[in-house]
Design a protein around this ligand. Structure first.
Ligand code: GAP
Length: 510
């Protein structure tokens, strides 16, 4: 059976990322390490553009949000207070036959019911077409066992909902055979290390699983500096670490990733729903601003009964990835839980004194939290396009083009001399490169036929190409000191003056 189209698209994206230097498997020459990724030259640029834009929009262009860079390793009590040591677990299931581990909430199963009788069970890992897959497996099961009668439509359930007596009858997704899956048990995702010369219980510390706690722990220090007044936010960008049971879908779920989080502190008497909605809309607009199409974004409100006891409401902005609609950005109303917990565990007062109202209280928090890697993946998935363009001999060929928004494209403009063996063209093209370089990320390329050079830039999403040709040198006197400016998406070329290039490109990129 042919692979579903969605997997083909992911394979193409992963392969392009490796081929063109966006993302590599970490430690690849040693066989790789699961859940860790390296960003190559273009990936590092793309990531930096996302990070810089978020910081500009979230911190620099606002009066009510300040930045923070807290340490990755914090006092271990921070994670007791936050609830991570006790409760940052995912339900894990082992397959004793294959020695594979699964997250219980990613295994789905269904009873095979024929003429009202349960004849057995089928299972599958979470996917876009889980119901169809289980139905197909139930039909195959009935046929192979030569069971007569009418098969009822399957009803998919999460493995976490399996009754103890059902567990031995559910086939392992690894082997297809029942009897090897263990009941789910909590698996703590905190990555531990030891700090100091001794390696014992007292030296245990954790790599942070989120950047958020830095903002709560430093709340008092920031308020004491006197720059901020409720409502205000503290924002941070930085690495987080989680020992995910099943890292997967490329960089979607990794064990080391980078978060951009902001804790927005509001009065305990303020309307949290108003601020929650405000930040959901802000995040959505921000995603549109980096080029994600509106039709691939949606919202998911966490059901009240599944929220943590302190949470007033959580809404996720979802993105339609090739492997399904998944969480991109979570916006949570966390009440006063975090500050209250840290006050309790540290003994410090984390009350805020409202000068105007002459009132002391613990502020409440609305938190937009997102992973850069996940935004980057969403950008890669929505930017990937294939169309047709003529090659140097005029024959139509498939063109791969990454339609990055010019704002976040890793390279903004490529500069080409028409021919590399004409020193006058090369000299002029290098001068154009040097003119643009202080303002934009520029790539100079003189190798190969011009059509191939355009293709190479299309594949890495460079929105503009500047070509220096004989007219630039004055072959047609009226075109002296002009170049062709090529648009990646339309492939149209216009003639522009070199002197106009910088303002023109800056305008287009903005
Ligand atoms: N402080 C709240 C918090 O960390 P979360 O939903 O666990 O909430 C926030 O994480 C965001 O971080 C997610 O929406 C996602 O974008 C990103 N994220 C979480 N776990 C991740 C992982 N293992 N790999 C990549 N990104 C992850």
């Amino acid at each position: 059976m042919a692979e579903p189209k969605t997997n083909e698209l992911m394979e193409k994206i992963v392969s392009l990322c490796k081929r063109r230097g966006f993302i590599f498997q970490s430690s690849e020459i040693y066989g790789g390490i699961n859940g860790f990724w390296d960003y190559g030259p273009l990936g590092a640029e793309l990531k930096k553009n996302i990070r810089d834009r978020w910081w500009d929009d979230m911190v620099r262009r606002r009066d009510d949000v300040v930045g923070l860079e807290s340490s990755i390793i914090m006092h271990p009590k921070v994670w007791e207070a936050s609830g991570h040591v006790g409760g940052f677990t995912d339900p894990m299931v082992d397959c004793k036959a294959s020695k594979q581990r699964f997250r219980a909430d990613q295994i789905f199963f269904a009873a095979v019911v024929v003429d009202g009788q349960t004849a057995g069970y089928v299972s599958a890992l979470e996917s876009e077409r889980i119901a169809e897959e289980l139905q197909e497996k139930a039909e195959t099961f009935k046929r192979k066992k030569a069971i007569q009668g009418k098969l009822e439509p399957v009803h998919a359930r999460e493995f976490t909902e399996a009754k103890p007596e059902e567990i031995p009858l559910i086939p392992s997704p690894a082997t297809g055979e029942p009897g090897s899956l263990t009941p789910p048990r909590g698996f703590n995702m905190m990555l531990e290390t030891n700090v100091g010369a001794l390696r014992d219980e007292s030296s245990v510390a954790y790599l942070r699983p989120e950047t958020a706690q830095g903002m709560f722990v430093d709340f008092k220090a920031i308020v004491d500096t006197g720059r901020v007044k409720v409502p205000f936010g503290i924002a941070q960008i930085g690495k987080s670490f989680r020992n995910e049971i099943t890292p997967r879908n490329f960089i979607f779920r990794s064990r080391e990733f980078e978060q951009m989080e902001m804790e927005y502190f509001i009065s305990d008497q303020d309307d949290w729903q108003k601020w929650h909605r405000y930040w959901i809309d802000w995040c959505r607009d921000w995603l549109l601003g980096v080029g994600l199409p509106a039709n691939l974004l949606s919202e998911f409100d966490h059901p009240k009964e599944k929220l943590a006891f302190y949470s007033k409401g959580t809404t996720d902005i979802m993105f339609q990835f090739p492997f399904g609609v998944q969480e991109l950005w979570g916006i949570a109303a966390r009440g006063d839980y975090d500050l209250t917990q840290h006050a309790k565990f540290s003994g410090a007062s984390l009350m805020y004194f409202d000068e105007a109202a002459k009132r002391r209280y613990v502020p409440h928090v609305v938190e937009p939290a997102v992973g850069i890697d996940r935004i980057l993946l969403a950008i890669l998935c929505s930017a990937y396009c294939e169309d047709e363009a003529p090659d140097d001999k005029g024959k139509l060929e498939t063109r791969v083009v990454m339609k990055f928004h010019p704002r976040i494209a890793p390279v903004k403009v490529a500069v080409f001399p028409l021919l590399k063996n004409k020193p006058e063209l090369v000299k002029k093209a290098l001068a154009v490169r040097d003119l643009l370089r202080p303002h934009l990320t520029v790539f100079y390329d003189e190798a190969g036929a011009i059509g191939r050079r355009y293709r190479r830039q299309d594949e890495i999403g460079t929105p503009f190409g500047v070509t220096v040709d004989f007219d630039t040198l004055g072959e047609k006197p009226e075109l002296l000191d002009t170049v062709t400016l090529r648009d990646r998406d339309t492939m149209q070329q216009t003639r522009v003056k070199i002197a106009d290039l910088v303002p023109l490109l800056l305008e287009k990129i903005r």
